[in-house]
Design a protein around this ligand. Structure first.
Ligand SMILES: O=C(O)CNC(=O)[C@H](CS)NC(=O)CCC(=O)C(=O)O
Length: 283
């Protein structure tokens, strides 16, 4: 996607893409659609994201959550909203009207519109991109999450991570150890770092953990001048990539069929999980 600082426009665009690709469930098959980081609001001011932030709530959801649930129901898919701003849910976080920071939450909705998982971005992008012309201070307005998150869909374990998390392989190892077979990585990579690092890092995480990596991306020049890399892709557990054509498509969809046998074969032939001599500690 090439999201704008306009929630309704982005919702309409998601609806358009899903309609165009006619994601329809033939009853035996589940579809998981992964939208990029900041899918409903991107390229505006951080203060606006704070104002948009909603409480995470299944009983009386905010307007972004209701709209996403409605899209999941309309298109009969599991829908992962890469991230939307929510009020912080971490213990000790600022909350309510006084909150100065929001959480970047990935929200997973079921085809019946139920919120079945949420993940708050763990690693925040406080980085001077190497040419030193651009600096990012995500932690100024975002509260980091506090937990590793996996969720079961139709017997398949799905791990959740966001964007800059990609550079922290321990998180992905932890999800593999919790049983992950698919890991979703909604992103908004910078043009500069994306060109250099996006594909090799995705392939590394897929290959070393023998999982599918589903990497949705923001792309193009956004309203505030920010440029994102695009090249959304799905990488299979052997490292083969299916990449969106970013030269011809500003927004669209790339898809793959989940193959349980491929995971089994790759894990049986190279049993890295059994050979691993390190244990993990989460701080
Ligand atoms: O700021 C927002 O509105 C939304 N958040 C983002 O775009 C985030 C934080 S600035 N982007 C990244 O994490 C890029 C990571 C990246 O590019 C890398 O690891 O190289």
């Amino acid at each position: 996607m090439s999201s704008q600082p306009d929630v309704d426009k982005n919702l309409a665009e998601i609806d358009r893409i899903l309609t165009k690709h006619a994601i329809k469930t033939d009853k035996d098959e589940a579809h998981l659609v992964v939208l990029p980081e900041c899918c409903l609001f991107f390229g505006g001011r951080d203060q606006q994201q704070l104002q948009l932030a909603e409480l995470l709530c299944d009983m009386s959801p905010g307007s972004m959550q209701s709209a996403l649930a409605a899209l999941a129901t309309k298109h009969q898919c599991y829908l992962l909203a890469g991230s939307i701003p929510t009020h912080s849910v971490e213990p000790g976080a600022e909350s309510g009207a006084k909150a100065k920071r929001f959480s970047a939450s990935s929200l997973l909705f079921s085809p019946s519109g139920e919120l079945i998982a949420d993940y708050q971005k763990l690693h925040l992008f406080d980085v001077n991109v190497d040419d030193n012309t651009k600096s990012y201070q995500e932690s100024l307005y975002t509260q980091p999450g506090g937990k590793v998150t996996c969720v079961d869909i139709d017997g398949i374990t799905i791990g959740l991570a966001i964007c800059y998390d990609l550079r922290f392989p321990e998180l992905f190892r932890a999800m593999r150890q919790q049983g992950a077979q698919v890991i979703c990585l909604p992103s908004a990579f910078t043009q500069v770092t994306g060109e250099a690092h996006w594909q090799p890092l995705l392939q590394a995480r897929a290959i070393e953990n023998q999982v599918y990596m589903v990497a949705a991306a923001q792309q193009g020049v956004h309203a505030n001048g920010r440029e994102t890399y695009g090249h959304a892709m799905v990488v299979d557990p052997w490292g083969d990539c299916r990449v969106i054509d970013s030269e011809t498509q500003l927004s669209g969809l790339v898809s793959i069929r989940y193959d349980q046998q491929l995971i089994k074969r790759v894990r049986a032939s190279i049993p890295v999980n059994d050979h691993n001599r390190f244990t993990l500690h989460f701080n």
